[in-house]
Design a protein around this ligand. Structure first.
Ligand code: AHR
Length: 499
């Protein structure tokens, strides 16, 4: 039997839409060792005068993370932001009810915004709509964004930051559809509270962008009625609706795990359809954006037993392998394929907690396998997303159906000079000979094929997962290139205009 072939046709005319840079965002929550012992660790020799770990900052800058969501997550639904501002020695120690840990509050809003400035990233702040409401939400906006002369803006100045921070992106709570969420309530009740908070926050700063809570995943029994109810009430007052999704063990089969992006595609398309249904119902011209502000691989079967009320206990510290990197690659592709609707996305999370970066005491921070496809999202999530005509061999996955072996996305840079094609091969054993048809790219040549394939660590890789290696470049025949896409791999192929 001959080896099944794939064919990818990329054409600059097949534009999906402009990619919002914020698609490459990430997330830092007060959870486990993400903040304490992750981005902030004054005792570690690798930390600067503010207590920020310089090696972590270095990796975050290397990635070029455009936006970081903070401070939760589930944590935010029990959080008083006032606890985390002012002199550190006066800050209360509190029981973090979401994660049953001890919260020292030594790191708070000012530290987070200072860290974002040093990391060269924008902050996306979440307000607590679990156990608090419109007034506290508006007061936090006043603290961060008001120019001065009011109680909260003067307090910010007294705390060392006279200039407003100008935080643009705000989440109206977190996963309020989930019974695990502190303050979880029915959609209609959440919608009423989100509307009140949105109006109060906008009264302080009309320029902010607001994200209403959507569903915690596509399997929630209330999905997508939750979105319809919330948007029916809040349509005019919010800019985006959130989506969250994690994929990982326990899973029905490895094949189903590798097909996770099919669920992500469908989830995005269903939420977009729900938004547009409410838009039509309201006779509105406004289009709601999608904020996929938590996504990743999360294996929930490897958690050590949790002893409550410890300070920054290790939690959710997944170790990732090649399989996980390939799945993350397919999720990256799904986000890029929907760049016309998804305007913000946050890999959850950034450091230690289900994260691409690991920081341990007394050792340089290191990159996990998923760092690499995430880096490619940040690097190539720019310009326009292109629809690729894909004909790929398929395999049957029980419970899922027929799944294309290759998963593909493409972008062209804003200046039109660089084409990038991202390809995940989700077969465990099939190398796929692939024709890449670039006939529409007259004057372009393939300049690199970076390949993250199963491999042993190489000398000199140091700590962490070895990055992609350069694959040999194929010869071009009448605008078509023949490349092999190895089993269980993640590839980025870059073509540039000849000079
Ligand atoms: O990212 C970990 C947790 O997953 C977040 O706190 C919560 O929002 C989600 O359920």
């Amino acid at each position: 039997m001959s080896t099944p072939r794939a064919r990818l046709v990329v054409d600059p005319a097949f534009r999906i839409g402009r990619v919002d840079r914020r698609l490459g965002g990430s997330f830092v929550e007060h959870l486990g060792r993400c903040v304490y012992g992750g981005i902030w660790d004054p005792e570690d020799p690798a930390s600067d005068a503010k207590g920020f770990r310089s090696d972590v900052l270095g990796l975050v800058r290397e990635l070029g993370v455009p936006v970081v969501r903070y401070p939760g997550g589930n944590f935010v639904s029990g959080y008083r932001f006032e606890d985390g501002i002012g002199p550190p020695e006066d800050r209360p120690r509190r029981a973090d009810l979401a994660w049953r840990s001890m919260e020292t509050n030594r790191f708070g809003t000012d530290e987070a915004l200072a860290w974002c400035a040093e990391a060269g990233t924008e902050a996306m702040l979440a307000v607590n709509l679990g156990t608090r409401g419109a007034l506290a939400a508006a007061e936090l906006v006043e603290y961060t964004n008001h120019p001065g002369g009011t109680y909260w803006s003067e307090l910010r100045a007294a705390n060392g930051h006279p200039e407003p921070y100008g935080v643009r992106l705000w989440c109206l709570g977190n996963e309020m559809d989930g019974p695990w969420q502190i303050g979880h309530r029915p959609a209609a009740d959440y919608a009423r509270d989100a509307l009140a908070a949105a109006r109060a926050m906008r009264a302080v700063d009309p320029t902010i962008e607001l994200v209403a809570c959507g569903s915690s995943n596509s399997a929630m029994p209330s999905f997508p009625a939750w979105e319809a109810t919330v948007l029916d009430v809040c349509y005019d007052e919010v800019d985006h609706i959130s989506l969250h999704s994690y994929y990982g063990r326990p899973y029905p089969s490895q094949g189903a795990f590798l097909a996770s992006a099919l669920d992500m595609d469908r989830f995005i398309e269903t939420v977009a359809a729900t938004c547009d249904h409410i838009r039509a119902k309201h006779r509105s011209t406004k289009r709601i954006g999608l904020s996929f502000d938590e996504w990743n691989v999360w294996h929930r079967d490897s958690e050590p037993e949790h002893r409550p009320w410890l300070e920054a206990p290790p939690m959710l510290e997944n170790r990732y392998d090649q399989l996980d990197a390939v799945v993350v690659g397919t999720l990256v592709n799904s986000l890029l394929r929907h760049a016309d609707r998804v305007k913000v996305a946050c890999l959850a999370q950034l450091v230690n907690v289900i994260a691409p970066i690991v920081a341990e005491p007394g050792r340089p921070a290191w990159r996990q396998s998923i760092f690499w496809p995430y880096r490619d999202l940040v690097r190539y999530g720019e310009g326009d997303s292109l629809r690729v005509a894909v004909s790929s061999p398929e395999h049957d996955v029980v419970g899922v159906g027929s799944v294309p072996v290759l998963d593909v996305a493409a972008t062209v840079s804003a200046d039109g000079e660089e084409l990038r094609v991202m390809v995940a091969n989700r077969s465990p054993d099939l190398d796929v000979p692939t024709s890449l048809d670039l006939r529409a790219w007259d004057g372009f040549e393939l300049v690199s094929h970076q390949l993250l394939a199963p491999s042993a660590p190489r000398p000199g890789d140091g700590f962490g997962w070895p990055g992609p290696a350069a694959a040999p470049l194929p010869a071009e025949r009448s605008g078509t290139l023949e490349v092999s896409i190895p089993a269980m791999s993640w590839s980025t192929l870059v073509a540039r205009r000849r000079r």
